[in-house]
Design a protein around this ligand. Structure first.
Ligand code: ATP
Ligand code: MG
Length: 276
């Protein structure tokens, strides 16, 4: 087990931002943390990365409590945070080099060069990070986290604002991190991404984990047949676990326009939102 989280909670005043959540992440697993804006995902990641002290609960990395010796824990974890946090006066190369020095990595020149290539930003090495586009900044932040060599990487919406091509390149990079046996905690609002990348996902709602499973199991539980109904003045999607039930439903109703397809993780999330 790479990371084990038990009964973690954090309140801000009267708001329970994270409310008694437990989960674990295996070595080489990509674990997704999903949920609506304000569900508590970033607050959770900040506690795991020892940037925010929990009110309650425990976090163990490789069996060691992270808050007991957080300097030790930090050596084996890295974060790509939701907010941009680059030194905008530094060039891309300098930013990565400085990070390596802070991490006590000397002679990292070759590794930095490889990372620039891996993240497709080699041609930007001498640009100030402040002059980069949003997607390029995000890639520098990812390069930095990977240079740490950490076994546990927290990625808080690493693909937000990336164009579709670059987003897929990022998926390859995330998969390659996994292939190196490292573990990733990923938050995203792109459910296709979670479905593609994550071994398991936890769905948060108002600080609690309401469901946790593989994307396929969540889809199976919700019903694998999705019926999109249009042209009735109220476009909607309904989920069915059984083609017979679906056909019964269709024969009773006489929809002018509809489409049947396989359920996506996105439909599952929306169905939870509705029943809440
Ligand atoms: N420092 C803070 N002080 C007070 N309230 C906070 C603080 N940080 C977060 N919150 C509140 O805690 C709740 C959870 O916020 P959090 O950033 O963890 O959500 P999130 O799931 O990451 O959302 P998003 O998808 O929008 O990034 C929100 O209601 C937020 O307003
Ligand atoms: Mg967030």
């Amino acid at each position: 087990m790479m990371l084990k989280v038990d009964n973690l909670s954090k309140s801000f005043g009267r708001l329970k931002a994270v409310d008694d959540i437990s989960f674990d992440i295996k070595k080489g697993e990509i674990f997704g943390l999903l949920g609506e804006n304000g569900a508590g995902k970033t607050t959770t990641i900040k506690m795991l990365a020892t940037l925010l002290r929990p009110d309650n609960g425990s976090i163990a990395l490789n069996g060691e409590d992270v808050w007991r010796n957080r300097y030790l824990a930090r050596q084996n974890m890295a974060i790509v945070s939701q907010e941009m946090n680059l030194e905008y006066e530094l060039t891309v190369y300098e930013a990565l080099h400085t990070y390596c020095l802070l991490r006590n990595k000397r002679n990292a020149k070759k590794e930095i060069e490889n990372m620039l290539e891996r993240l497709n930003i080699a041609d930007k090495r001498n640009e100030r990070t402040g002059a980069l586009s949003g997607g390029q900044k995000r890639r520098v932040m990812t390069a930095r986290a990977l240079l740490s060599g950490a076994g546990m990487i927290f990625m808080d919406e690493p693909t937000i604002g990336l164009d579709p091509m670059i987003r897929r390149e990022m998926w390859d990079i995330i998969n390659s991190i996994k292939a190196e046996g490292r573990s990733i905690l990923l938050t995203t609002h792109y459910t296709d991404e979670a479905e593609y990348l994550c071994g398991r996902v936890a769905i948060m709602e108002k600080g609690r984990i309401i469901h946790m499973n593989t994307p396929d199991s969540l889809i199976n539980q919700a019903g694998t047949y999705a019926l999109d109904i249009n042209g009735t003045g109220q476009a909607k999607t309904m989920l069915f676990s059984d083609s017979l039930l679906l056909n019964d439903y269709l024969s009773v109703h006489n929809f002018e326009e509809y489409r049947v397809r396989r359920t996506k993780l996105e439909d599952v999330l929306i169905s939870y939102g509705k029943s809440a």
